[in-house]
Design a protein around this ligand. Structure first.
Ligand SMILES: O=C(O)CCC(=O)C(=O)O
Length: 259
C-alpha cells in the first residue's frame, strides 16, 4: 500500500489558503500513485487557539467535504489530519477518516490536551478511542501529544490495529522525543506508525517536520526533512505484521494480571 504524508507548512488562521495548499499536495501524491493520504494536526488553522470557535467547522463543513470529494474522485482513503471541529459550542481537535467512496467512516478527537500549549483553555478533550476499519484492515488514530501515552496505543493494538496514524504539530525543541516515541510505539506494538508533522513556525514554536513511517520492526522507511514542505511517499507491506508478531511473540507473552 502506497501512503502519502503531507508534511505542510500552515498559514496561521487562513483556512482557505491551507485548503488550497493541501489540495495541491493531495494531487501531487495521487500523481505519485498514493492510495492513502495523511495530513498533520490542525492543518486548516494552525495554533490560533483563541480563534478556533470562529474558524473551526462543524461536521459536514467545507474542509471535510473537500476531502470527501478528493477521496471519491480519486478512489483513495484519507486520514484527514485533524481539524478544529465545532460540536455543542466547543472545539475538538478531530481526525476525520474517509473511505474511497468519499464516506466519513470514523472520527477521533484528541484525548490528551497539551498543558505546554494551553490547549485545555480552548479545546475540549475527546472521550473515545480512534479505531478505524480501512480497506487494508484495522488502524488506530491518535493526535500529537497522545503519542506520549503508551497505554492508548497499546489499547488500539490490542483491538487489532496494525497501523497507527499520528497527525501532529510537534515542536523542534522536543524533536528527539518525536523520533524516539514514534519508533518505540512501532516496536513495542509491532505495528506501522505513520506520523505526520508540520514544518514552519508560529508565534510560539518552530515545528520539527521529520514526518516518518516506521515499520513494526522499528525501521524508518521514510522520513521528511526538518524545514521543507514535502509529500513523502512510502510503501507499507502489512504482510510482515503477523510474521513479526510470531517471531517475537510479545502479545502472546503479555501477563496483564501483574501489571
Ligand atoms: O508532546 C509534545 O512534546 C508535543 C505535543 C504537541 O505539540 C501537541 O500535542 O500539539
Amino acid at each position: 500500500m502506497k501512503v502519502a504524508l503531507l508534511q505542510m507548512d500552515i498559514v496561521l488562521g487562513d483556512v482557505q489558503a491551507n485548503r488550497q495548499k493541501a489540495l495541491a499536495m493531495l494531487e501531487q501524491g495521487a500523481k505519485a500513485g498514493a492510495k492513502l493520504f495523511v495530513l498533520p494536526e490542525l492543518w486548516t488553522t494552525g495554533y490560533v487557539l483563541d480563534q478556533l470557535l470562529e474558524i473551526g467547522e462543524p461536521d459536514g463543513g467545507p474542509t471535510v467535504t473537500m476531502l470527501q470529494k478528493f477521496a471519491k474522485d480519486n478512489g483513495v482513503e484519507i486520514v484527514g489530519g485533524s481539524i478544529a471541529e465545532i460540536r455543542d459550542g466547543k472545539v475538538y481537535n478531530t481526525i476525520y477518516v474517509i473511505d474511497s467512496a468519499g464516506e466519513v467512516i470514523g472520527k477521533y478527537s484528541k484525548i490528551h490536551l497539551v498543558p505546554m500549549m494551553n490547549e485545555e483553555k480552548y479545546l475540549a478533550p475527546g472521550d473515545k478511542q480512534g479505531l478505524f476499519d480501512l480497506s487494508f484492515g484495522k488502524a488506530g488514530g491518535i493526535v500529537c501529544y497522545d503519542l506520549r501515552f503508551t497505554e492508548l496505543t497499546r489499547a488500539l493494538a490490542l483491538k487489532g490495529a496494525q497501523v497507527l496514524f499520528v497527525p501532529a504539530e510537534w515542536p523542534a525543541v522536543r524533536g528527539r522525543h518525536w523520533l524516539i516515541l514514534s519508533q518505540a510505539r512501532a516496536i513495542e506494538n509491532q505495528m506501522f506508525v505513520v506520523a505526520v508533522n508540520r514544518v514552519g513556525q508560529d508565534h510560539s514554536n518552530t515545528f520539527f517536520g521529520h514526518s516518518l513511517v516506521v515499520s513494526p520492526w522499528g525501521e524508518v522507511l521514510a522520513e521528511g526533512s526538518e524545514t521543507e514542505e514535502q509529500v513523502i511517499i512510502a510503501d507499507i507491506d502489512l504482510g510482515i505484521v503477523p510474521e513479526i508478531r510470531r517471531k517475537v511473540p510479545v502479545f502472546a507473552d503479555r501477563r496483564p494480571q501483574y501489571y
